[in-house]
Design a protein around this ligand. Structure first.
Ligand code: ANZ
Ligand code: ZN
Length: 822
């Protein structure tokens, strides 16, 4: 018998599939199915996380194809980004060369996994034929007012003299030289994603096929709050301080105001006073903290009085104005009314700086005085210290106080979102150039469509210094104004790589189009993606940006869908020794090693079998061995049947074992189908197939001379077909060898025969006074009366009853008979 020579077999079929365009997809009138794994950054090496991600996608693609869908399963490269630029600075390799080489290397590594990609649709975001359309889309956004420039702060390393991405700032220090990172004000490009905040929030409801945890993360990120904006006049000035609050019901308890230190009023109010120096010192200190750190409840509250007072517009009380670390400039209005009795952060601050704490809501069941020793009270209750509103419950008071504020003209109801506009400018080389030219006369002018793509220049110095490498290119910097022709200057920022990945799934629908990002018919044919698969680390930004792009692209009338991903699967991590595989931990198992030792089919089978896709997967060498042995068992079983011509064996009667095997075959088809479809429980699907293999072995051993050839063939052929999406090479080889013609991957997915999975004999238990005494095998469809009769005729039971009197017989068909005796 020939051994399972996985090396030759896998290479043979990979070449065959490629030579025959086996996975090429064209639009047709079959129902379509678009399955997509998040495209990788071409780092040069695939890791086990990739193997897992792509194996999951490949099973779905192959399974759906066998179910009769026209499957789109593309692959490409998220190819712009910092590592290429760092390689250029460190080793002097041009980012373009570095990236292209990595792409080739990774493609090679992917090809040995036997993945069913239509490589004709490959895209790379760093190729001009792709970023031409990223630029074109940017300009459509710009023309719609959805891309704009404003001044904002970037991380700045004073020693390297360069802008740093957030991930290059480690604990407030520069990743490269360890000096303390500061901030620099730059004019930067933003996408107005906040215009779509409400749509992005509402449409989360439509995403039935998304995990709840991801939907909750998106909701929280958008962070809608309903409340009011209220103006507090500033004493001795004609200025008013606008605050945003979600709790207008607590306004009588506002005992101080807080401004974000960066609030423009602050500098004005403290100019030339004793407060100026301490205010500046605090601002300087806060520059090194992120918003998340600043607002965390753990954060020590810090701030100071700035010498001025506001007037509470409802109570007329005079309240001091502070600045503090926990109020952020770019949420709400950048200023708050602080209610220490009912907000914990205000409470902590008031305790520290000895500010009055005045409760205005008291728990309904509290008798006597309300004291707040250690924490704020954030529950509901009865209004106190609130003039005419005293005695109302606070929910009622909420509307009435908001009404009073509105009537008096001191404020109005409003909605606030946590979502910020998307800062897309990067002071980097290796990204999509922003196609804008600045003209002294005409301002910011879009590059003309016919001049796209605006290509990255190659005459660049990678010094790692300065604002943006593009400023070092003479050929790039100077350009005539598209409107008046006068010499202008180009924008030198490039785009955040999240822009590139916000529309790549649309490009796959029509990747070679030179007239448009994709044509509308193709977009409408393929989109939305039916199944998107990727890591949960992208649950917020990438998915939100992709949803935003899709909505704008729909509003540009380029496509009719308004949500890009119908179903989302977020796969778990691959762990070893309980920790994520990483170079620094030294616990990396390389896919190459595993594949060369056991083959791709084993590697695929293991990552699919070891855990359900959404869970973390613990790497386990014995588990890999086990999968390899299993495939060998399948191999031997099939080859033996073929070589010994077992399928030709004719028997005339159907034995009980035959019936059993028939049941097993069809029940396995049912289990695998149910597990793969919708639920993606590949691990249980594979164990069902393993059980079938055991049963086929048992059947063969027990029926040496009486093997029912036709039935056995049904068993082996279904085994091969069911295993095909998981282990595509071995099954292709076995199919060709045993069944003679065609590709197993071109077959229809098997249907189970419902009659075969009705068990016609079942086991029921017999109880006496509720205790199990015996079991019997009886026809499944027997009547209640017959069931009672059979139980009473049972010899063992008769013996046990002996002389006792039978009081009652309770028969539950298909389950049990209980005989009550006295
Ligand atoms: C008074 C008050 C009383 C508040 C109370 C809360 C509880 P969410 O729900 O997250 O939207 N706030 C407003 N702007 C802020 C800023 N820029 N930085 C830090 N905090 C800010 O939170 C809204 C509440 O957070 C607002 O309602 C405000 O405090 C604070 F018992 O106003 B509240
Ligand atoms: Zn001009």
């Amino acid at each position: 018998m020939s051994n399972y020579q996985f090396k030759e077999i896998e290479a043979k079929w990979q070449n065959h599939w490629q030579a025959n365009d086996a996975f090429k997809t064209v639009e047709n009138d079959q129902p379509k199915y678009y399955v997509l794994e998040m495209f990788p950054y071409p780092s040069g090496k695939i890791h086990m996380g990739h193997v897992r991600n792509y194996s999951i996608g490949d099973v779905v693609a192959r399974f759906k194809k066998m179910q009769g869908f026209n499957v789109l399963h593309p692959m490409g490269w998220d190819a712009f980004g910092l590592p290429a630029e760092n390689a250029a600075i460190k080793h002097g390799i041009h980012p373009d060369k570095w990236t292209r080489e990595n792409i080739l290397e990774m493609k090679e590594q992917l090809s040995v996994l036997g993945l069913s990609y239509d490589w004709d649709r490959e895209v790379a975001t760093c190729f001009p034929d792709y970023y031409k359309w990223t630029q074109w889309l940017f300009l459509q956004f710009y023309k719609k007012g959805l891309a704009y420039k404003k001044e904002s702060r970037v991380n700045w390393c004073p020693d390297c003299e360069t802008v740093l991405a957030n991930e290059q700032v480690v604990g407030g220090h520069c990743e490269r030289c360890d000096s303390k990172v500061g901030k620099k004000l730059l004019n930067q490009w933003y996408f107005k994603i906040t215009d779509y905040a409400e749509d992005l929030l509402q449409d989360i409801e439509k995403l039935d096929g998304w995990p709840d945890k991801v939907k909750i993360m998106q909701k929280n990120w958008i962070g809608k709050s309903e409340g009011a904006e209220i103006d507090f006049p500033i004493e001795n000035t004609d200025k008013k301080l606008k605050v945003f609050t979600t709790r207008p019901d607590t306004i009588y308890g506002a005992t101080y105001m807080v401004l974000a230190p960066e609030h423009p009023y602050v500098a004005e109010m403290v100019a030339g006073t004793e407060y100026e120096a301490p205010v500046n010192a605090l601002i300087e200190k806060l520059q090194h903290l992120s918003d998340i750190e600043r607002t965390s409840t753990e954060m020590e509250k810090e701030g100071l009085f700035i010498g001025q007072y506001c007037i509470n517009p409802v109570s007329g009380e005079r309240v001091p104005i502070y600045i503090a670390n926990y109020v952020l400039i770019d949420y709400g209005t950048g200023a708050i009314m602080a209610v220490p009795a009912h907000d914990q952060r205000d409470f902590d601050f008031a305790k520290k700086y000895d500010i009055k704490i005045l409760p205005v809501i008291k728990p309904a069941d509290l008798e006597g005085e309300m004291t707040l020793e250690n924490e704020a009270y954030d529950g509901d209750g009865i209004m106190i210290n609130s003039q005419e509103f005293d005695g109302l419950n606070n929910q009622e008071a909420y509307g009435k106080i908001a009404g009073k504020i509105e009537e008096s003209g001191a404020g109005q109801k409003t909605i606030s979102y946590r979502l910020r506009d998307w800062l897309l400018s990067r002071q980097r080389y290796w990204g999509t150039p922003i196609p804008i030219i600045y003209c002294d006369d005409c301002g910011a002018v879009p590059v003309k469509d016919e001049d796209l793509p605006l290509e990255l220049p190659t005459d660049i110095e990678f010094t790692g210094r300065g604002l943006s490498p593009l400023t070092t290119s003479k050929s790039f910097m100077e350009a005539p104004c598209p409107e008046c022709g006068k010499m202008g200057k180009r924008e030198t920022d490039t785009m955040d790589t999240f822009v590139d990945s916000s529309w790549y799934f649309l490009r796959y629908a029509d990747p070679k189009n030179t007239e448009a990002p994709f044509n509308r018919e193709s977009g409408n044919y393929w989109l939305p993606v039916d199944q998107y698969i990727g890591g949960v680390e992208h649950a917020i930004l990438h998915l939100l940006y992709a949803r935003f792009f899709t909505k704008v692209i729909k509003d540009l009338e380029l496509i009719d869908v308004d949500e890009p991903f119908k179903n989302l699967l977020t796969q778990g991590m691959v762990l070893k020794d309980g920790a994520k595989m990483s170079k620094s931990k030294g616990n990396v198992v390389s896919p190459e090693e595993i594949i060369s030792k056991y083959g791709a089919d084993t590697a695929r089978l293991f990552v699919l079998f070891a855990a359900p896709p959404e869970r973390d997967l613990e790497w386990n060498d014995q588990g890999v061995e086990g999968c390899f042995r299993f495939l060998n068992r399948v191999w031997r079983l099939a080859i033996e049947a073929h070589e010994n011509k077992m399928f030709d064996n004719v028997v005339t009667t159907t034995s009980k074992e035959d019936k059993n095997l028939k049941y097993m075959i069809h029940n396995t088809i049912k289990r695998v189908t149910d597990d793969v479809e919708g639920r993606f429980n590949f691990n249980t699907a594979i164990s069902a197939i393993m059980e079938l293999v055991n049963d086929l072995y048992k059947y063969k051993e027990n029926n040496k001379d009486a093997i029912n050839g036709e039935l056995y063939k049904e068993g082996i052929s279904n085994l091969i077909v069911l295993l095909a999406p998981f282990a595509p090479h071995m099954t292709e080889e076995l199919w060709a060898m045993i069944m003679g013609e065609g590709s197993v991957h071109e077959l229809s997915w098997p249907q189970y025969d419902p009659k075969a999975i009705v068990k016609d004999e079942i086991e029921v238990v017999i109880q006496i006074n509720g205790k199990v005494k015996d079991k019997m095998v009886i026809p499944a469809d027997i009547s209640k009366a017959d069931l009672e009769k059979l139980a009473m005729e049972n010899e063992k039971i008769q013996g046990l009853i002996g002389g006792a009197t039978v009081v009652k017989i309770i028969a539950v068909p298909k389950k049990l008979v209980n005989i009550v005796v006295k």
